[in-house]
Design a protein. Structure first.
Length: 279
């Protein structure tokens, strides 16, 4: 009778809210149990990521390519020979020994291009050649032709051929360095040096002390006047500026090397003070 009354009044035990509350609580407990697992997985992922980053940072750097690594093919150099004879030999000589313009092999090549990169050489040739009085022929030969000509120039400087052809992309960062040489820039190279202006010598020439190693001046780039000082000393030759008030200053010098690495001094083009203290 009581059950019937409850049913009549809408009391249905199977639909009471209490079981639903227990069900919700069970779901919350289930999620709560999963949270430590999720946190553990996240922490493990973070550790793996850190390990990968550290491993990449500690991995030995791959040495950059140089002209001794076979960066052009023999066939490409042969094609370049034909293009060179057609477009370049009149100015630079049939044997690259120089004619109306500078030589492209031997000492002159090293003076111009040592410690630079093949992409700079290729860019220079591509934007400045062939020569004409009005400049109308510059850059007119096409990227492939210029790459072939540079391959020929490299071959005539006794760099080895390889299996792949030279291109604007493959030339990027390829160093032009001597093999087994002193590593010093050759005499006549146009360079930048920083150092401290020392006293005049017995020959009345100024000296640059605590000076940096010479770095080649690259067209279109400003030299680093804040470069680290070094332990070199140079005689400053043919200085046309009064320097007495700059004694002890940090100086920025652009010059041509006299002797390999500037062993006999610097033929100064410009010199300026960049700091009144030698730091």
């Amino acid at each position: 009778m009581l059950f019937g009354l409850r049913a009549h009044l809408g009391y249905h035990p199977e639909t009471m809210t209490q079981p639903r509350a227990l069900s919700d609580q069970s779901a919350w407990l289930s999620v709560s149990r999963k949270r430590p697992f999720i946190a553990c997985v996240s922490a493990l992922s973070l550790l793996l990521l850190i390990h990968a980053v550290l491993a990449a940072a500690q991995a030995p750097a791959q040495p950059s390519k140089s002209v001794w690594d076979g960066i052009f093919s023999e066939g490409q150099a042969q094609r370049g020979r034909g293009f060179y004879n057609e477009h370049c030999a009149t100015c630079h000589g049939a044997d690259l020994q120089g004619a109306e313009h500078r030589a492209l092999k031997g000492d002159r090549f090293w003076t111009s291009w040592q410690d630079t990169t093949v992409d700079r050489l290729l860019a220079h040739v591509s934007t400045n050649m062939p020569h004409s009085e009005d400049g109308s022929l510059k850059g007119t030969l096409g990227a492939g032709v210029y790459a072939d000509i540079v391959a020929y120039i490299l071959s005539r400087n006794d760099f080895p051929a390889g299996a792949t052809e030279l291109s604007a992309t493959s030339s990027v960062g390829v160093r032009i360095v001597k093999k087994g040489g002193s590593g010093e820039l050759p005499a006549g190279s146009f360079v930048h040096v920083v150092g401290c202006l020392g006293p005049r010598g017995a020959d009345r020439n100024w000296t640059l002390v605590k000076a940096s190693r010479p770095s080649r001046v690259i067209e279109g780039q400003e030299p680093d006047v804040k470069a680290a000082l070094g332990d070199r000393q140079y005689t400053l030759m043919f200085v046309m500026t009064a320097l007495d008030k700059f004694a002890g200053h940090r100086m920025s010098v652009r010059a041509s090397l006299i002797g390999e690495g500037g062993a006999q001094g610097l033929n100064v083009t410009t010199i300026k003070s960049v700091s009144d203290t030698c730091e």
